[in-house]
Design a protein around this ligand. Structure first.
Ligand SMILES: Nc1nc2c(ncn2[C@@H]2O[C@H](COP(=O)(O)OP(=O)(O)OP(=O)(O)O)[C@@H](O)[C@H]2O)c(=O)[nH]1
Ligand SMILES: [Mg+2]
Length: 208
């Protein structure tokens, strides 16, 4: 029987303070990106659940770091969305602090999934995330989400543009891959899952 190696997956805990995070053991892959870009939807699609991670039309829904468990030593992590204008400054500062701590200290973090909306240019905060990956020598998978909203031609053009932006010499040795993705149609699902499984050292056996 065919199998999704990111399924089953269960909610573990939500936390803001590092002291409340699960023990820094084993392997985890984190999803970070602009608010409303489709982080939680990507987690749901990849794990094969309708609503494991809560999604919302209202930006800024995920405010805590949410840990999901694949097995005792393997986790997926949904980080709070950034760049949402209505979030108060103090909250943004806190967010930045938590994310920075998470990136710099988390030994079990093996790779980062950075969803960006295929229809929008990348933002300064996206660039900062790429810089964190570079500093922490973390590989990153950039998911160009909501690709179902563009024709194939436009999606390919957008991907080309992103590729040029990320291959900017500033990012030097950044290990990255780009993948068009749709949580609605499943475009790019298998490729993205294969990458996440590889980082987590889970043998990848996909569903039909
Ligand atoms: N058409 C389309 N809509 C999507 C896709 N992915 C997400 N959405 C929609 O975009 C909105 C935001 O999705 P979420 O997954 O909640 O986004 P998020 O990045 O987790 O948002 P925050 O947690 O608020 O930062 C929801 O209305 C989703 O249904 C996609 O691939 N295609
Ligand atoms: Mg979310």
């Amino acid at each position: 029987m065919s199998k999704n190696n990111l399924h089953p997956c269960v909610y573990l805990l939500s936390a803001t303070r590092p002291a409340d995070w699960p023990a820094d053991e084993g392997a985890e892959v984190a999803f970070v990106g602009r608010s409303n870009v489709g982080k939680s939807s990507a987690i749901n699609r990849l794990t094969g659940y309708r609503s494991l991670a809560r999604t919302s039309k209202i930006p800024g829904r995920t405010q805590q770091i949410i840990f999901f468990e694949l097995n005792a030593a393997t986790r997926l992590v949904d980080l709070p969305g950034y760049g949402y204008a209505k979030v108060p400054f103090a909250v943004k500062q806190k967010w930045k602090q938590h994310i920075e701590t998470y990136f710099s200290e988390r030994e079990s973090l093996k790779g980062l999934v950075l969803p960006v909306d295929i229809r929008r240019p990348i933002t300064d905060l996206d660039r900062q995330m790429l810089q964190y990956c570079l500093d922490a020598r973390l590989p990153v998978l950039v998911l160009l989400t909501k690709a179902d909203k563009l024709t194939r031609n436009h999606a390919n053009q957008a991907m080309f543009k992103f590729k040029n932006q990320i291959t900017d010499p500033v990012y030097g040795k950044l290990e990255f891959s780009l993948q068009q993705f749709s949580a609605v149609t499943g475009l790019g699902e298998q490729q993205a899952r294969a990458q996440v499984c590889k980082w987590l050292d889970l043998a990848e056996v996909d569903r039909d």
